[in-house]
Design a protein around this ligand. Sequence first.
Ligand code: FRU
Length: 480
Amino acid sequence: MRVIFNTLTLFFFLYSINGEITNDRYYPMYHAAPPFGWMNDPNGFARFKSEYHLFYQYNPDSSLVPGTAAWGHMKSSDLVHWQHLPIAMYPNNTYDRSGVFSGSALIEDGKMYLYYTAHINHPGETPDHEENQALAISEDGVNVVKYENNPIIPGTGRQPDIRDPKVWKHGDTYYLVLGNKFKRNGTELGRVLLYASKDKYTWEEKAILDESDGWLGYMWECPDFFQLGGYFVLLFSPQGVKPEGDKYRNLYQCGYIVGRFDYKTLKFTPVTEFQELDHGHDFYATQSILDDKKRRLVIAWLDMWETNYPEQNDGFTGQMTLPRILTLTKDLRLLQRPVPEIRAARADVICTGQASGGTSVTLANKAGEVNIRASASNDLELFIEGETASVVIYYDATNGQISLDRGGEDGLRRTEWRPKYLLKITIYIDASSIEVFCGDGQVTFSSRYFTNGPVSVRLGDSSKVEQFRVINMKRTVPIN
Ligand code: FRU
């Protein structure tokens, strides 16, 4: 009896530390985040019965470690106001006992078909894990039932890293892509495999969509493949790309290759090199959908593996980027614009009009939107300052570069950007993140930063701005 009592007390004690946000200083006001616990990749992003659903890799037991991943779940009617829903899937079957890993959703006949990776660890064995693909179905968008004959795509044993199914339908056929690691002449390389099915349950491997030549890394995670602007985009998160100057500076990358694809031959022919999608420190494991407005929306984990997570002592870890609309330019680059629905998170305008160097505004709750319009022929410097950390955004007109520097070791991220006449920058500041959108979305930076105390936005001394608008943002993500 005493043993039971002690175990129960310990359980409730642990639950109460881990089951709530103990300090809200870093908890996002309007970026999707878990109610508590650890969150990584977005999963099963979908539009279902007039609402957006977002699942995510989730450890409800602790914000300190990814743990054994479950699928957390939230929904929204506008991509801005999020509501937490019960955990959708637990790693509680023999075949997914070490993690219900990342995957995606197919909506058909009023049902959600959720494809995911069933991960199993085999400690001390070679290989030390296996990955099979599994299916779960939801009829009401809340209760999720795993398919009785799982797994539906068995791993071969040869290639233990094979995961993150992204599913879609074209004509009368279903397709999915998987990220995979394979070996050639002893070298590990990443690739994307294409599968097809006529019934959603029985799948056949059909093609290798693309693979690393070594330079593009040893493993490709979270692949996505979709048509856009007359081309096809292969979007994925390669691991093992080495830094080159200002490029590929994060531990892992996230980027895309544009090409042509023929559904008859299932051959993907790249026409561009790999390009990074975002230039900040924290952008990984994207997932896109085509919504009911025929917009190609993308969302990413606004975070990175193996880094510092200062928020984890406050009861949560991880947040998502704002959902963005993707379009393709004539020169085959992806533009990213925040969904216009984000305006619903605006509160009061605290500053608007022309502004010169030294202008400074303090945000009400560390959360704001900043719109800048200036001449592209002058430099611009903007400081986002808190008590214990600050971020500098710097546009260098002479060299045609834009940078974000969050200070500390490896604080600088920089890339080329040469706007013609108008310098147009929009910045979303939240309690522990900054998203910068340059021009029409030619360049974006997504980075976390952690400061205590109030946050101010200040124009550098020699900066001159035609239009400087700062808006407080309100809470659209509930905090418990
Ligand atoms: C990407 C990833 C996926 C995997 C998941 C596990 O961040 O490593 O490849 O399915 O996270 O949580």
